[in-house]
Design a protein around this ligand. Structure first.
Ligand code: ADP
Ligand code: ASP
Ligand code: MG
Length: 457
């Protein structure tokens, strides 16, 4: 490692942090307030207000229209005016016009979906580099994928290290890289978080700061629980569970690269830079006293699941029953989330998307494979995860969760507790989802606050 990288911080700024010129100014102030903030990973401009459209979404729309041979001038104009407005208001030396023309040309020539989407970060990276006076490094030169779109970690680390060792500062756009033939490939949505994590690992950063529009990871989704409390410290494992289950504040795959190198992640708020945010650390370095003090760390969940319910008398005595059912899914390339079972019943919970359009085939193949008495699909299921490293040593957590749901007359369709006792997953009907999150939040956070207040009275 070269000297210039020692103690450096990698800072990633999300879409809303770079949505307009005013946000760019905040970002520069944050970077300039700490000279260790050397390597910057920007997203494409996001929403300026709730009814706004992200640049990435506009680019996807352009590509869709272009590939259907339709006129895409309207979304393209919206993209153009956003970048030009930022450049003008900031008085940038860099004029994005030529790049925008090139993007339009590529779209007309049949650009791929990934290429189109990547241009949001590419162009924003060029603008930010100019504004900060930092060198721009094209992610296509340093982030490598194989032909099937899987990240090549070793090659990526080598290229990033080689390139970053030469420079004290840099802007590296998030979200994309290149395949073996130089073709642009993106991560899945929200993937700039992964780029930030890779850069942090490459320079062995002291910390990976992920700047967004909330003051950290909150105990529950702020769109469901208003003024949800901030989690001070969370472990990588807990956050992965939460982000997998829908706490979209950090991409679930952004955790592996830094975890392996023991680099902490700090989620911070661009609009409130003095807030300490959430620190994401390894399990053994998580100070238990720094926990929220609510037994649970967070609640997350999502809609869009279904259950295949199977019944057969004496199912438990039939050797290989489960395996034959699961083989059907495996043969059809369908993965599932959970498999709660009784003596004569089993259910398989899976994402609606995974089975859409193939339901009839799945059911008929299962019927053929195990000749069940009943085999049907139930739609409209949500999964909710209550996550917390503190649950392992606290008795009665499950009782409190289910008491909260019972009081609200919410019917629980499934319960699953992992062997690590890090989470309890609950299956519910979609219509009960938001209320369930609020009730569990109240049970653990609001009632904990009331207890604390009474204790100090
Ligand atoms: P960025 O564009 O900065 O990457 P994202 O939109 O990807 O930001 O992530 C931040 C958003 O994640 C928040 O505005 C919030 O609405 C949402 N979110 C969902 N669950 C949580 C949670 N538990 N804590 C914080 N934010 C959450
Ligand atoms: N701009 C991309 C998206 O909207 C990637 C990101 O923001 O992380 O998904
Ligand atoms: Mg994001």
């Amino acid at each position: 490692m070269s000297d210039i990288q020692i103690g450096s911080k990698v800072v990633k700024f999300g879409g809303s942090s770079l949505a307009d010129a005013g946000q760019f100014r905040k970002v520069r102030a944050i970077i300039e307030s700490d000279p260790q903030r050397r390597y910057v990973v920007p997203s494409a401009p996001g929403k300026r207000h709730s009814a706004d459209i992200k640049i990435t979404d506009l680019l996807y729309t352009c590509q869709k229209l272009a590939s259907a041979g339709k006129d895409f001038s309207e979304p393209l104009e919206m993209i153009r005016s956003r970048y030009l407005e930022i450049a003008k208001e900031l008085g940038l030396g860099f004029d994005p016009t030529d790049e925008l023309d090139r993007i339009a040309q590529r779209l007309r020539e049949g650009a791929t979906r990934d290429f189109a989407a990547s241009r949001g970060e590419y162009l924003n990276g060029m603008m930010l580099a100019d504004y900060l006076g930092f060198p721009f490094i094209d992610a296509a030169d340093v982030i490598c994928f194989n032909e099937s779109g899987t990240l090549l970690m070793t090659e990526t680390m080598m290229l990033l290290r080689e390139r970053l060792a030469e420079t004290k500062n840099a802007v590296i756009p998030g979200f994309y890289g290149a395949g073996p033939n130089g073709e642009i490939i993106t991560f899945s949505r929200g993937g700039s978080d992964i780029t930030g994590s890779l850069v942090a690992r490459a320079v062995r950063a002291e910390i990976y700061e992920n700047w967004t529009d909330v003051s950290g990871v909150l105990v529950a989704d702020p769109r469901i629980v208003k003024d949800a409390a901030v989690i001070n410290t969370i472990t990588y494992e807990e956050l992965r569970e939460l982000s997998y289950m829908g706490a979209t504040v950090l991409h679930e795959d952004a955790i592996f690269p830094v975890r392996a190198a023991g680099i902490p992640i700090n989620i911070r708020n661009t609009n409130q830079p003095s807030d300490p945010g959430t620190l994401i650390v390894a399990g053994d370095s998580a100070d238990s006293d720094a926990q929220t003090g609510y037994t649970i760390t967070g609640i997350a969940g999502k809609k869009g699941f279904c259950a295949i319910n199977i019944q057969k008398a004496m199912m438990n005595a039939e050797l290989g029953f489960c395996r034959r059912v699961l083989s059907v899914l495996e043969d059809m390339g369908i993965s599932f989330e959970h498999m709660p079972s009784g003596i004569d019943t089993m259910s398989i919970i899976l994402a609606e998307d995974a089975i859409k359009g193939r339901e009839k085939t799945v059911l008929s193949r299962i019927r053929k494979a195990v000749e069940p008495d009943v085999c049907e699909i139930e739609h409209g299921i949500s999964l909710l995860a209550v996550v917390g490293r503190g649950m392992r040593r606290t008795r009665g957590t499950a009782a409190r969760i289910f008491a909260a749901l019972a009081h609200a007359r919410i019917n629980v369709k499934m319960i699953d507790q992992g062997s690590s006792e890090l989470n309890i997953i609950i299956g519910l009907l979609d219509g009960d989802f938001e209320e369930a999150v609020r009730r569990i939040y109240d049970m653990f956070v609001n009632s904990a606050l009331i207890t604390k207040e009474t204790e100090t009275d």
